[in-house]
Design a protein around this ligand. Structure first.
Ligand code: NAG
Ligand code: NAG
Ligand code: NAG
Length: 316
């Protein structure tokens, strides 16, 4: 029996157990997790019913803080990098003002990152960074999440799927995150009182601070859509090359991403830019080709924002 068949079999068993014990749903603990994912406790605060959300109420927070104004027309550019899995590089997703605000909000909250193994949150040498949960009612967090939400378009179903709680992650010299995937091997029970389960359908990894050397994000199984230039030209730099080369014509501009010597693609941390990828196959199983690692930081500091949009399934 292949492992994917096994997954489906255990999902069905889960559904049967669920049907038998329907009145006690909220007390059933999440299925045994064997995946290897960095996260804050799941969930780190109770969620509102997404389909009962009252937008009038949530906007009250934006009015409360007048120091930040969301630029809802902010433009970014996208670059298709890999088809299987789908990886899109996003230039200028987050503005310098938003970065400053997110860092200020998160600064007091940083604590050693944990991973979920055998269903437990653990500290581990596989992941040596620090993480900080972000409050979703914060105006800057809402601004960035709304932009990411609109990037995904119909891939999320309004009133059903949701963006999930975002977090910041910070790496200092020598810190890393070994190869892992962001999706869970088995969907997670919703904690909003609905008979639903969810998994991380996609990931945004947006860089906020790139004051470092090393620390690329490496996808060992990703393949570039295009072959390298036959004339050895530099890859497109999203326009930043033109800009910088005018100022410093002698400087050699490093590409934003490259073919890694051990295979796959490696993305250099550049503040404001993000990598987006799709974690789940249409049938809901995880795509192993999205496995990735945060390569060790050689020096300095790298801070990034994780956004993990959730796809939900109903269990009736
Ligand atoms: C789900 O879809 C993927 C990609 O098409 C496939 O490799 C996998 O076998 C499927 N799993 C099941 C259980 O259908
Ligand atoms: C949303 O909240 C506002 C203010 O509390 C209220 O006036 C409005 O009726 C609510 N809308 C819905 C659909 O519940
Ligand atoms: C860059 O990182 C180094 C080492 O962490 C730190 O000393 C320095 O102040 C940082 N510079 C900026 C501009 O953040």
């Amino acid at each position: 029996m292949s492992s994917s068949t096994a997954k489906v079999a255990s999902l069905s068993i889960g559904a049967v157990l669920l049907a038998l014990s329907a009145p006690y749903l909220p007390t059933i603990s999440p299925p045994h997790l064997t995946s290897f994912i960095g996260d804050f406790p799941i969930p780190d605060y109770p969620f509102a019913f997404p389909f009962l959300r009252n937008d009038t109420t949530s906007r009250a927070h934006e009015v409360a803080d007048t120091s930040f104004v969301c630029d809802t027309l902010h433009s970014y550019r996208t670059e298709l990098v890999s088809l299987e899995p789908l990886i899109i590089y996003i230039h200028n997703l987050i503005t310098p003002d938003e970065i400053a605000s997110l860092l200020e909000t998160a600064e007091p909250k940083f604590a050693p990152s944990q991973v979920t193994k055998q269903g437990r949150q653990q500290n581990t040498n596989d992941r040596t960074s620090e993480s900080a949960g972000l409050p979703r009612e914060d105006p800057t967090v809402q601004c960035v999440l709304n932009r990411a939400r609109s990037f995904m378009g119909t891939m999320l179903r309004d009133g059903w799927d949701e963006m999930g709680p975002p977090q910041l992650v910070r790496y200092s010299t020598g810190q890393r995150f070994n190869v892992h995937h962001d999706w869970f091997n088995y969907p997670i029970w919703a904690t909003d009182g609905t008979d639903r389960k969810w998994n991380r359908v996609a990931s945004f990894f947006a860089i906020l601070q790139d004051n470092c050397t090393g620390g690329e994000t490496h996808f060992p199984f990703a393949k570039s859509i295009v072959p390298p230039s036959p004339k050895g030209e530099l890859p497109w730099g999203g326009g930043q090359q033109d800009h910088i080369q005018k100022a410093q014509p002698e400087e050699v501009i490093k590409p934003l991403w490259r073919e890694h010597e051990d295979g796959g693609l490696a993305f250099r941390p550049v503040a404001g830019n993000a990598v987006f990828w799709i974690n789940l196959h249409p049938n809901g199983t995880g795509d192993e080709r999205t496995n990735h690692a945060g390569l060790p930081l050689e020096s300095g500091r790298k801070t990034a924002m994780n956004i993990w949009p959730r796809r939900y399934w109903a269990y009736e």
